[in-house]
Write a protein that binds this ligand. Structure first.
Ligand SMILES: Nc1nc2c(ncn2[C@@H]2O[C@H](COP(=O)(O)OP(=O)(O)O)[C@@H](O)[C@H]2O)c(=O)[nH]1
Ligand SMILES: [Mg+2]
Length: 392
């Protein structure tokens, strides 16, 4: 039984295949489509019946030959795997083939890659470090750089597959491969559309996230930036009024920057505060962060959300946090309606991979990035800049 999956990216397609067919699914074919539909950019054909050739799982006796593995167990190897080159490709790049030698090389390469996907899915080999030796040499250094940057192996392979398909063998050198990879990366990075101010009602951006993640810092930077770029009509509302020093810090900033600051001690005060802020064009809401287990904190954020109904809810996370913690916090705050991700401490992070994988994993785009402690160390997220960080 072969099944075709169309999706926006290979990662999405693989994710769906994994969910629907389970870990034994084997990828038969993956290709770019000509579709204009952003949700149908790639097509992956998968099967459960096909038998992938893999080394025997650890602990099983080695028969001397390469064993063949599927969900039913180990079977003797087939004499010869079907010719991958015989398969059809609907991709435009293949429509006008280069001299046939090149096309065969390319197909052989895709076949190899396909086998590597099957291997990792079955958890026999771990990490791109193992796979790296077997990818074309022009791709070795970018693969290493991406994995050094903390991108999961599945995403790295997916990016490599797409870049290989887009880079004809005849014109491959490290520089052009890197340029192509930058484009592929930029295409994947999920960016929020820029907020639009409107007449008659302020745009309300709420910032949530763990304690110390940089929420107040981002808010001061955004408020400062708005005023210097000609929008003095900004206010900050802080709901973090009891933690030592938090309020004083925000008060000092607001006074220095001449920005209105409102303090809210409970959600009941919200309607009155917003009545006063009716004529503002931008209102930034600061909140207090608490530990993961604090249910009261969740209730508090939930009640604030209901009372304010902000236009945007930005989850603020430090980029130098461990991946597993990032994931835990993202899970928690997505449940609290976060719909944008802000990363802070980009300047202090030795790995930048989360800029790509976290938004992909949670389906939430990036909005801002904090990259230092000075007031102007903030940028609106941009694909090309982030792709450049991921691939120095
Ligand atoms: N280096 C660096 N430090 C940051 C950045 N953003 C925030 N910080 C620091 O992180 C600490 C906590 O920030 P704060 O905004 O108070 O966090 P909050 O508890 O989420 O409001 C402060 O010392 C900030 O100066 C950043 O982008 N780079
Ligand atoms: Mg704060």
């Amino acid at each position: 039984m072969n099944k075709k999956y169309r999706a926006g990216t290979f990662t999405e397609a693989f994710q769906r295949i994994k969910e629907e067919l389970g870990p034994d699914a084997v990828i038969l074919r993956q290709e770019l489509t000509n579709s204009k539909n952003p949700n149908e950019k790639v097509e992956v054909t998968a099967t459960l019946d096909d038998i992938a050739e893999l080394p025997p799982p650890p602990g099983k006796r080695d028969t001397g030959k390469l064993a063949t593995y599927n969900s039913k167990g180990i079977k003797p190897i087939k004499e010869k795997a079907p010719e991958f080159g015989k398969q059809e490709f609907g991709k435009p790049e293949f429509a006008k083939p280069e001299p046939s030698g090149n096309l065969e090389d390319l197909l052989a390469e895709v076949k190899k890659l396909r086998e590597e996907f099957a291997i990792t899915r079955s958890d026999f080999l771990e990490g791109i470090r193992v796979v790296r030796d077997r990818i074309p040499k022009e791709f070795a250094s970018i693969a290493a750089e991406l994995s050094r940057n903390g991108l999961p192996v599945q995403i790295v392979q997916d990016l490599l597959a797409e870049t290989m398909l887009l880079c004809p063998i005849s014109s491959r050198d490290e520089a052009s491969v890197k340029e192509q990879m930058k484009k592929v990366l930029a295409n994947r990075i999920s960016i929020a559309s820029r907020p639009r101010l409107r007449k008659g009602r302020p745009l309300v951006q709420m910032f949530i996230g763990p304690a110390g993640s940089g929420k107040s810092g981002i808010i001061s930077k955004l408020a400062g930036r708005a005023t210097v770029t000609g929008n003095p009509n900004v206010a900050v509302v802080t709901t973090d009024c009891y933690r030592m020093g938090a309020l004083e810090q925000m008060e000092a900033f607001a006074a220095a920057a001449d920005i209105d600051l409102e303090k809210v001690n409970s959600p009941e005060e919200i309607p009155e505060v917003f009545e006063r802020l009716r004529d503002k064009s931008l209102v930034l809401i600061d909140t207090a962060g608490r530990s993961l287990k604090n249910e009261e904190h969740e209730e508090e954020i939930g009640a604030l959300y209901e009372a304010i109904r902000p236009d945007e809810v930005h989850l603020v996370l430090p980029l130098n946090m461990r991946d597993r913690d990032l994931e835990k916090f993202a899970e928690k705050y997505v449940a609290l309606k976060a719909n944008r991700i802000v990363f802070t401490r980009q300047d202090e992070s030795s790995e930048q991979g989360a800029l790509l994988w976290l938004p992909l994993k949670f389906g939430i785009p990036l909005s801002y990035i904090g990259n230092g402690q000075s007031p102007d160390n903030i940028l609106s997220a941009e694909k090309e800049i982030i792709a450049g960080w991921l691939l120095r």
